[in-house]
Design a protein around this ligand. Sequence first.
Ligand code: SF4
Ligand code: SF4
Length: 281
Amino acid sequence: MCQFCIKHGEGKKWYLQAKNYAEDLLSDLRRRNFILNFFGHPEHFAREAAQMERLTQAPAFVRRAISGLVTRRMKKVHFGQVVPLEDIEQIFGFVNSIVRVPCICRQVTLGHEVRYCYGVSMGLGGGAFGDLLHELDDSFLFGPETSEFEELDAQQALEAFADHEKEGLCHSVWTFVPPFIGGICNCDRVDCVAMRATVVRDVKVMFRAEYVAEANPDLCTGCRSCMRVCQFGALAYSAAAQKASVDQTACYGCGVCRSVCPKDAIALKPRAEVPAVANLW
Ligand code: SF4
Ligand code: SF4
């Protein structure tokens, strides 16, 4: 059980608690301002992303100190956790609206609209979160390439997520001043600023799933499809055995490898049941 489950989930998976998506959390002025600033000023986000890239040139002790500060700050305002598809399905089962929106990371890194992000809300039609975003004027959200948010039902959204998974994208929930969860993203380590910071730059703003993958050597035929999609470099291949195996200390538990395995050789286990990584987040 991760620190967020203890703090925001009363010992259960915190992102499966409807109260953490509640509309009334948006009456908090600090949270509202954070959301408006986050989506209304992508240039701030771009500046922070550039600073993160420059951090690699700093001496190791400076990198460590800054990385710790960034993680502590982000835990108070905007952090993510990897969530596999079966838990995403549960979230889609209790939220009342799901809207597909342009991804702010891809806006910053690619300079154009890509719709890999989904706003989730207990309200209808985007709820109070959507209303708040509509207060924004002339931002990337409503720019010339974007006519409107797309509202999806749970089944459509789940199918879209399954497609994203086939593309090798990893699902993650995101807070906007915790415990409020307002979005679910589909990330990769090249274009997603948060995942790149976490996996490539060692500045942790995205945490591991409540699960970890395990490959069954009796079923694995060594095709290596799983290795092509793992964003975390957690799969290894033994030429002698002609089998893939999971380095569970590197695995984030996203389940993307499982979805491409033609032999159903990969399963997700609860992280708590694997002592070596039970407390690795
Ligand atoms: S995709 Fe499945 S069968 Fe292929 S190497 Fe990976 S675990 Fe083995
Ligand atoms: S090995 Fe772990 S991190 Fe890599 S794709 Fe599989 S579940 Fe995700």
